[in-house]
Design a protein around this ligand. Structure first.
Ligand code: PLP
Length: 393
């Protein structure tokens, strides 16, 4: 079945709900059992069926089924945010004395968790360069229990050689986790490339409307119970309302992503011709350093990319950003609307040196008409130039 068809049909069972197209939002804490024998039987297998609200409701299970099937995972575990999906995965695999290999271009809060709570628990983290391949083997220690990847990386979108990393990890019995938020289950088939755990901040494109927080851990059969037990032990549970919003978002994910990608490329073509723009980072852009790997391994892109601006005064940058009317200024991405955010990769890199002359901006290409977005940016560059514009570095 093609992805577009799967998106339309997975996670639905109208016959179970009086013919209603979508599964209802179950509001549940207590789940009643008909008798003592049924209660005791359920308690022996709390991860199958509806047992207690915190373990999930039929709404949760519908979303989990759809997400797992789309990516070819054995099962999915829904939690209440993307960060909860990441921390659950890390805590599921790591104990005091263990060692973690973490990509240098990882999402900032993942790094802060490793350097904070994991370090306090006696779990050590080594950051490796995102372009590591076979050389990663040299960083593996006897106590290394997990290799964590994120491809493309946060803020600057470096693509990793995931199949090569999985091969060398599995040869040593080490599982590989991937933060696959940027590509979604549609555009990077993590399990086909050997990944054991694929994490999604469903807050972004899956929900897709900037109105809910949600995380999904897609996992293979070998590690499902470990992940589910960790999520339950930590008290994580995604709200049924949020799961229903995740399911709703999935139905249009393919058409939205196609538009996000097309608009991103249109904006990049225009931006890259501007004298105020030095570099573009977007794996689907042919000049991007990760374009070859992206072409080899991905089925598509999303609408998030970064640009390096020419060195400028703080006033010029503020004039550019503050006057934008269509691009919003704020965190997160993956909703229907365009966003633009100054970012500072130099604050979250330790294995690699990050030096830059000009400021970096992260751009989310929304579903607006590209011509309107270009007009908004063009007016921004006029303000930039009036405010002193480019300065020599
Ligand atoms: C946003 C994001 C997260 C965290 O998701 P939340 O739902 O905001 O907790 C994790 N990883 C990546 C790559 C993200 O962009």
């Amino acid at each position: 079945m093609h992805d577009e068809t799967a998106l339309t049909h997975f996670g639905r069972d109208p016959a179970r709900f009086d013919g209603v197209v979508n599964p209802p939002v179950y509001r549940a804490s207590t789940v009643l059992f008909p008798n003592l024998a049924a209660l005791e039987a359920a308690s022996r297998q709390p991860f199958t069926g509806t047992y207690y609200g915190r373990f999930g409701t039929p709404t949760t299970f519908a979303l989990e089924e759809a997400m797992a099937a789309l990516e070819g995972a054995h099962r999915a575990v829904a939690v209440e945010s993307g960060l909860a999906a990441i921390t659950t995965t890390l805590l599921a695999f790591l104990e005091p004395g263990d060692h973690l290999l973490m990509v240098d271009t990882v999402y900032g809060p993942t790094r802060f968790f490793c350097d904070g709570l994991l370090a306090r628990m006696g779990i050590s983290t080594t950051y490796y360069a995102s372009d590591s391949g076979a050389d990663l083997a040299g960083l593996i220690r006897p106590e290394t229990r997990l290799i964590f990847t994120e491809s493309p990386g946060s803020l600057t979108f470096e693509v990793q050689d995931i199949p090569a990393i999985c091969q060398l990890a599995h040869a040593r019995g080490i599982p590989v986790a991937l933060d696959n938020t940027w590509a979604t289950p549609l555009h990077f088939k993590a399990f086909d490339h050997g990944v054991d755990v694929s994490i999604h901040a469903a807050t972004k494109y899956v929900v897709g409307h900037a109105d809910a927080m949600l995380g999904i851990i897609n996992v293979n059969a070998a590690h499902h119970e470990r992940i589910k037990k960790a999520a339950v032990a930590l008290g994580h549970c995604a709200g049924s309302e949020e799961c229903a919003l995740g399911l709703r978002g999935l139905r249009t994910l393919a058409v939205r992503l196609a538009r996000h990608q097309a608009t991103a490329l249109t904006l990049i073509e225009w931006l890259s011709a501007r004298p105020e723009v030095r570099y573009v980072r977007y794996p689907a852009w042919p000049q991007d350093p990760g374009h070859g790997l992206w072409q080899r391994d991905f089925c598509g892109a999303s609408g998030l990319f970064a640009i390096e601006m020419a060195p400028c005064t703080p006033e010029a940058l503020a004039a550019f950003v503050d006057g934008l009317t269509l691009f919003g200024l704020g965190y997160s991405w993956g909703g229907f609307e365009s966003l633009l955010l100054p970012v500072h990769p130099e604050h979250t890199r330790t294995a690699t040196a990050w030096t830059t002359a000009g400021p970096w901006l992260r751009v989310h290409a929304g579903l607006e008409a590209p011509a309107d977005l270009i007009n908004d940016l063009a007016a921004g560059f006029e303000r930039w130039n009036r405010a002193g514009g480019t300065v020599d570095s």
